[in-house]
Ligand binder design. Structure first.
Ligand code: HPA
Length: 271
């Protein structure tokens, strides 16, 4: 079980190495090269941060960056840790609580996801309006960290409405197509079956993926306003008659880099 002392030490290390920042951004699969756009940047490798887990998924570098994005100082996390890597949800969500302790006032989570909504297209970006935790587990199971938040946190606004509206406004201004929908979390690492994707659609999901939901729950618990954006890299299993693979996911994410970067940069500027 994670405790406040461990979190404080890890956050203290990041602050000592990189200084403070206004906003945190987590880069999903295939989106890691966004760190190139930071000015006055510096980073620490995850392995140098006390007790911080190291990511193993291909396309997840494992570096905690700080830099200027427009007029804002941001942290960018290049590489997230997934539950399917065999890590505990305390480890998966550790950076969220560290961001809170570091004084970040908003968090932006990005991911690659499969598109369940058959009227949308691979390559679309989606604002996560709400989510379904289909994993059967929850990152808040265990002793409650009272300093962070309540035992039974409300999840009505786990995806911050004001940040979502602001992001949609920026998408409109930039003429970027931004869908809005429900993200359903499967643990992975196997992709969903066609039957699971049909079930997801019946249950109200627009996208399926292997991350982000534990972080959204923990961010809501500690009162950190959070926005989630999915890059819908592929139609989910069974919609098209073709197998899924991680390389294609990363390549597809790479193809929409430009729109994705413009949208996040504009949203950060407007926050
Ligand atoms: N399913 C789950 N996770 C994903 C997918 C998918 O189809 N595409 C990218 N991440």
């Amino acid at each position: 079980m994670i405790d406040m002392e461990t979190l404080r030490q890890a956050a203290g290390y990041v602050r000592a190495q990189l200084g403070p920042a206004d906003i945190g951004i987590v880069l999903g699969s295939g989106l890691g090269s966004y760190t190139e756009t930071l000015e006055n940047r510096a980073c620490v490798p995850y392995k140098a941060i006390p007790d911080f887990p190291v990511s193993t998924a291909p396309g997840h570098e494992g570096k905690w960056w700080a830099g200027d994005l427009g007029s804002k100082r941001v942290y960018m996390l290049q590489g997230r840790i997934h539950f399917y890597e065999g890590r505990s949800l305390d480890e998966v969500t550790m950076y969220v609580r560290m961001m809170k302790l570091l004084g970040v006032r908003a968090l932006i989570l990005t991911n690659a996801a499969g598109c369940v909504n058959a009227s949308w297209e691979a390559g679309d970006l989606m604002l996560i309006r709400d989510f379904i935790n289909y994993s059967g587990i929850n990152p808040l199971i265990g002793p409650n960290l009272d300093e962070m938040g309540p035992r039974f946190p409300d999840m009505g606004a786990a995806c911050d409405k004001a940040m979502g509206t602001l992001c949609l406004e920026q998408a409109k201004r930039l003429d970027i197509r931004l869908r809005e929908g429900v993200y359903m979390w499967f643990s992975g690492p196997s992709y969903e079956t066609p039957a699971e994707v049909r079930m997801a659609r019946i249950l109200g999901a627009d996208a399926v993926g292997m991350s982000t939901v534990p972080e959204l729950i923990v961010a809501r618990h500690c009162g950190l306003p959070t926005l989630g954006i999915s890059c819908l890299t592929n139609m989910a299993a069974g919609i098209l008659d073709q197998p899924l693979n991680h390389l294609e996911v990363m390549e597809a994410a790479n193809r929409v880099q430009q729109a994705f970067r413009s949208l996040i940069t504009a949203t950060v500027e407007a926050l």
